[in-house]
Design a protein around this ligand. Sequence first.
Ligand code: CAA
Length: 707
Amino acid sequence: MDASGIATDCTPVRYERQGRTGIITVNQPPVNALGQAVRAGLLRALALGQADGEADLLVLLAAGRTFMAGADIREFGQAPLVPFLSDVVAALEASPKPVIAVLHGTALGGGLEVALGCHFRVALPGTRLGLPEVKLGLLPGAGGTQRLPRLVGPAKALEMIVSGDPVTAAAALDIGLVDWLAAEPDPLAAGLAFAKRVRAKGLMPRRTGARGDRIAAVSPLLFSAARDDLARKSPHLFAPHRCVDAVEAACTLPLAEGLKRERELFLACMNSPQRAGLIHSFFAERAVAKVPGLAADATPRPVHRVGVIGAGTMGGGIAMCFANAHIPTVLLDTTQEALDRGLATIRRNYQASVAKGRLRQEEADARLTLIRPSLAYDDLADADLVVEAVFESMDLKKQIFTRLDQVCRPGAILATNTSTLDVDAIAAVTSRPQDVAGLHFFSPANVMRLLEVVRGRETAPDVLATAMDVARRIGKVGVAVGVCYGFVGNRMLHQRAREATALVDEGAAPDQVDRVLTDFGFPMGPFAMGDLAGLDVGWRIREERRKAGDPDTPPPGWLDRLAEQGRYGQKTGAGIYRYEAGSRTPLPDPVTADLIARDRAAKGITPRAVTNQEILERCLYVMVNEAAKILEEGVAARALDVDMIWVHGYGFPAWRGGPLFWADQVGLGTILGTITKFHQASGAKQWQPSPLLERLVRDGHGFASLN
Ligand code: CAA
């Protein structure tokens, strides 16, 4: 109980009074999500505030690290529980006593909608405000689409709601979303300070929902332009289009009707499979950080200084990742020219970010100075972590790890960025295999969010914990995987690539295969991706494997012929597709069509019409089957780990949740039936049904049961 004699517990919300100010505090760690108990507590606390004759004004704030970060996402997909959030917002707005919301940390989604229901908004320094529902396949369903346009104008509201991106506190002040930027770091002090101002000025409740000035006479062009933009940029997504409809309703309908329209649109989103996929992605992205079986006492080792070996595309990108996280990094290569070239590329990348307005020049300069070029292994003596990123040669990697073992301090973690080689064999050349792991970055390393963290046979638990922690620090989605050829992502990719090529051998055109996958939601198909990555890479690997007598590598075909002609893809202006000067748009090329036709003739294949359905099934079911084998072998621990690898490393549409979440939606019985049919027809090893998949179907379970 406080000095003024009133404090009431409406767990997890509390009402108390200081002087004449009624204070409502939400306390629901970790992020004060607006679950049923918080909503009910808010209504009770608000009623107490209204009934409290000593209070002339109410302040609403949250305890802990953040203001309310949104509705409780865990409640979505279940029967809605009263009171609804929209009722809470309406009750706040209707309050006869002025209500001030004090925001800190993040005010997101339902949290910002609650603040929009309040009459005044104060933000602490560093607060981020936004309506990110669209990223979960939803739209703000508690009046956000109706109140935000009334407060900040339809154009700005549309931008915030359709993108889901938050704005800073300073930007929020600029656009009128908040009324005051507090200097106080403490929400209560800020709330009390603003309450004084409200009293001094005699301000009355200012109800956002009642405002009409900002939405009067908005041009319909705003909405048609937004729809055109979406049709171009996100043709597959359901929710952004509904967001535009809802903001348009705010500008054309009275509040009550607009809210009704928002509700209908919200329910349409809620019932869309995209919402389920995106929410699976949200939780899975957080779940991968918790590695099953990794003891809680596996404390990460401190990582203050890093070394990267190899200043090529990969090594340079990796060094940028560390510099971006303000970790000093030594970038090592064998020649001054290689270092100069690598640093020039890094500098160019940073300059491009500055030119696009994404990075301030001083910040770019600061990051660049954190990368120290070196030709001497001795400079790695005090590194806490070294990442080797040279080309794929086991001999070379063994030499490097032998050297690292000599120069690095005891306890330093030695990591390889190999994508295909055996991490255990590399670890074996050192005297400390427990300190060796794989850190498999994806190209371009400074952009792609996935990091496969490869746990070798002897990798110590605290080394794995350190690698996962480093992933988080450098803004990556780290997923722990075991050792096998290609790990999880590339092993599945390899199967897809083989099917895609076989489909073309049998009669499909490369652009037909690509189109089926882009229609599915991938940003690009396998052949356009091949041209982007460089056809020489796969060609060299196949050549090596043929030389080694690998029975799984087919004899040279049209893809190899393209590479033999120096058609490596985008970097040479032609590959599977041709490219016009300065353009990255793949255009079907008669030269490729001719090579394919000759290759078919040489193999005695009469081309047939291949349906889009067959393309989809063969390209994706083969990955599902391989993933099931990967899970069975324990190379990935959970289906959700596979999902996040494909969403963050290979552009699998997040709104489909990942390949295994998607497979569950299709139905594992259907998938197994088709896989069995393909196996009977081809006898091919990749179509041998995975015993795990068979077991799941027999038991009536989905991949989700393995999470
Ligand atoms: N509901 C339920 N749980 C949530 C949550 C939410 N809205 N937001 C975060 N959490 C959980 C996370 O799952 C995580 O749980 P575990 O510790 O068990 O893994 C925990 O809170 C901490 O979250 P983070 O690890 O993400 O912590 P962070 O500090 O890195 O980020 C954050 C905090 C910026 C708030 C981030 O969690 C976030 O972006 N959350 C989602 C915000 C959002 O999308 N809000 C809109 C919800 S939809 C809505 O509000 C609909 C509506 O109109 C009514």
